[in-house]
Design a protein around this ligand. Sequence first.
Ligand code: NDP
Ligand code: NDP
Length: 314
Amino acid sequence: MLNRVCQLFGIEKPIIQAGMIWCSGWELAAAVSNAGGLGIIGSGSMYPDVLRSHIQKCKSATAKPFAVNVPLLYPNIEEHIQIIIDEKVPIVFTSAGNPKTFTAKLKAAGIVVVHVVSALKFALKCQEAGVDAIVAEGFEAGGHNGREETTTMVLIPQIKAHIQIPIIAAGGIATGAQMAAAFALGAEAVQIGSRFVASLESSAHPNFKQAVINTNEGDTQLTLKQLTPVRLIKNDFFKRVDEAEKKGADKDELNALLGRARAKKGMFEGDLVEGELEIGQVSAMIKSLLPAAEIVDEIYKDYLRTLRELSQLL
Ligand code: NDP
Ligand code: NDP
């Protein structure tokens, strides 16, 4: 396919693997890029030296373009940006912050910049800041999420009506039929997270991968809206947060309950009771653990089949 996103990134298939803390290291990113999509290293869980080593390993594992995701609320952000520039990473996805902060610096270094948003007002800021494309992420998505609870179905067409740069749809997408639906709404690519957590190359703990496969309808929920809203599997830790919120816990009490490194505990160390288990609603549809290349291939074939079926309705 040759649409604006494929041209911008230099990729064959407009399927982007989301940058996910603790789950998307260099092995997953390289596998997705080698399969013709765009792989992303999730730098939010990496100390600067770890990020540098993951970028270098990714460069040795693929000759294709790949990206790094940088959550802008990360503590060592300046160091991460410098490493990305020094290592000549071709594409950066920024998220969780103001797109004005680093876009000009990254673009001056010849890097393609994409920013992740959950609402039209943030998309307008991105366009003003000069980013090359945006990811519009709906409420179905796993992990950090918008406060407004706007679904992908409602978000994409609203943004499409006001924005000229390409839109990459995210949240609730794991199949080619869902990809085709996103394209019908105006997206020119999809960003997929949950489906790639359940891949052989993901660095998630095997317990977490199995938990994703076991997840059924209604098993995830957006929580901690007073702090940073995040969609989690409703495990014991989630239930404790839920009870505290129902008793009127304030921000300090919730921060104390959250403590430190819960995401690492759950997703990287495999503690399914005490850890934070960040995954999207679409996990209810994911029932197998496959190599990343097979996931890309299956989604793309399913997308083409869906388009053929829909064209028969004409
Ligand atoms: P290495 O085994 O050489 O490790 C790469 C880097 O990961 C090293 O700098 C290492 O630091 C660091 N590291 C080791 N344990 C942890 C941990 N528990 N949390 C965060 N960083 C850690 O290279 P590989 O490519 O073979 O990767 C294996 C390791 O890389 C994994 O065991 C994992 O720790 C880390 N990794 C982290 C990911 C993330 O999202 N942050 C994703 C994938 C892998 P040190 O030398 O101090 O141990
Ligand atoms: P916490 O403050 O609870 O814990 C920090 C975690 O990040 C620890 O596990 C720590 O590893 C690791 N880490 C990596 N680099 C650093 C660093 N420079 N300083 C301190 N800790 C570091 O944070 P969270 O686990 O909730 O979030 C970690 C990061 O991930 C944040 O930057 C956040 O913005 C981002 N994030 C992004 C999400 C997304 O959807 N894009 C979702 C959730 C978080 P260790 O235990 O080995 O010290």
